[in-house]
Structure formats: C-alpha cells, structure tokens
Design a protein around this ligand. Sequence first.
Ligand code: ADP
Length: 319
Amino acid sequence: MPHDVLVAGETLIDFVPERAGSLEEVPGFERRPGGAPANVAVAIARLEDPPLFWTRVGDDPFGRYLERTLVDHGLPDQFLERDPAAKTTLAFVTHDETGEREFTFYRDGTADTRLEPGRVDDATLSDCEWVHAGGVTLSSGSAREATLDLLERAAAADCTVSFDPNLRSELWPDEGAFASVVGDALAYVDVCLATGTELAALGFDGDSPTAIARAAVERGPVHTAVVTRGAAGAVAVASADAPWPAATVEHPGFAVETVDTTGAGDAFVAGAVAALRDGDDLEAAVTVANAVGARATTAAGGMTALPTRAEVAALLEAE
Ligand code: ADP
C-alpha cells in the first residue's frame, strides 16, 4: 500500500481526570492513548489510507498498549520504535469547572524525547507527498534534532510540510526558547496550523486571527497559515506561493454537542491535510477540517469520535 503521508512525533498516555480539580485533589484518572501527532495519524487513517507514523515508545506496558492501539487503528508498524532503555511518556490532565485544561508531564528522558535523526530514510521521504510534525518533539532531547532533520529533508525532497506548534508551556523553559526553536523549524514549513495564542508566541502579530495568519505567511516560507478558534471555527490565509489558489477564508465552525475537546485541533489538522491533498481549495479544506474537528469533540478522548469521509460528507450536507 502506498503511504503518501508521513506523520512524526510523540505518542503518550493521557491520564484524564474523573472530575474537575487540581492534581492534588482528583483521586481517579483514566488511561487514554494520546500525543498530538498520534491523534493526527489516527484521524488521517480514519479519513483515507493510513499514513506512516514515526514515533518511539518505551519497552513497557504503556508503550505496548500504545503500539497496539496505533496498529489497531490501521497504522503500519514500520516506524513505530520501541526503546529498551527508556519509559513511555505520561501526561496527567486536569481541568477546572470551565474545562480549561492543564498538563503535568512525566517526560524526563522518556522514549519520545530520544527519537534520533535519520531513522526515516530519504527514499521513504521521496515517496511521500506530505509530512506533518509538531512542536512537542522539538522541546528536548535528541528528538529536537531528529525533528528538525526530518523537516529539513522532507522540504528538500519536495514534500509538502505541515506543522502544528502545539505549545505546551510545561515542556519549555520559557516562551523565548519555544519561539526560537520552533522558529528554526518554520524555515522548512509550508502549512502552519495553530491557535492564535501559539502564533502570537512565535511573534506573529495582528489585531485579528486573519491578520495573525497573514503575518505568518508574509514572513514565509510558510505559504498557508490556518488559525483554529475552538467552537468559533477557523480562519486561513494562503499566499501566491501556495500550490492551491491564494485565498483568505473564514469558517464559523459547526455546532455540535461537545463532550470533550481533547484532540479537536489534531482532528482538524487531519481534515485539512486530507482535503488539501485531495485537491480541495483552501475554503473547502477549512470547511472539512472544521467538520472533522467538531465531530472529534462529540465523545471523550482524542481518538474516539473521528469521522470517516462519508460521515464528514453527511455533516457538510446537513450544514
Ligand atoms: P486545539 O484543540 O489545538 O486547542 P481549537 O480549540 O482551536 O484547537 O480547536 C480546533 C478545531 O476543532 C476548531 O477550529 C474547530 O474546528 C474544532 N472545535 C474545537 N472545539 C469545538 C467545539 N466546541 N465545537 C465545534 N468545533 C470545535
């Protein structure tokens, strides 16, 4: 089976709390497979042919559980690495009564920080049309160099490179470090999908989400910037350098019965990648992405309520 897309980055266990409250107060947590790139890869596999997924888990029960989950979702095991000398990353999630989430990571020297440059070979990249990565593996360890190396070689191989900065402030010494390292990565990126807060942290200023997106494409080489806005949908700007027509689009999102927004942004990314690869223009792609993102909020967990193409089509028809 051809794998036209490669997704790279962390997979980890999210421990989600049984109720609102601080880590000190909440007694119970449920184990869920997570990690933004893993969510993206699984969401793409639901929409179209499964992508390749490059990740690294520990040789421990959590790592084996994640590996099995990813394979059960159709991802090939070719680039699922098991690290005999490190544990799998854990993240404890807490939220307040409004649903505002915080993360506490157990990620010191864990397997996904130990991805090494070169594991995905140039021959694989030259067969890929699209490569997607995120900011978490840029935060520490050899994974930083591994991610930068992958993005650089993907750009050199003429892949379309998409990127989600995924700012988790707990993983960075300060915002300056995030802006500097992610700024280096953006030198290889064509399509940046982010929240307005993330783009502001990267130094893209503007008095509206559209102005922020415009600032991102003006700096280049990013030619397409998409700003997600939670329940309010998303805006996007593509410059004349994009392979799809230059455009500025806004979509108000889809009203759904939201249960849990974990992974909504990752599902959105998957929808955008699948649609743009399919030849959709930016407006159509943002509409599909919003539909996939909205659908993902209708059940608990980042890999649970992911729609197929047919389900997306039905949601669009009902619009
Ligand atoms: P992240 O999950 O990265 O924080 P957002 O909260 O902006 O990003 O959500 C990403 C996308 O998911 C939004 O652009 C929208 O398409 C969809 N989405 C998120 N929350 C909701 C919601 N409550 N209702 C409908 N769609 C949502």
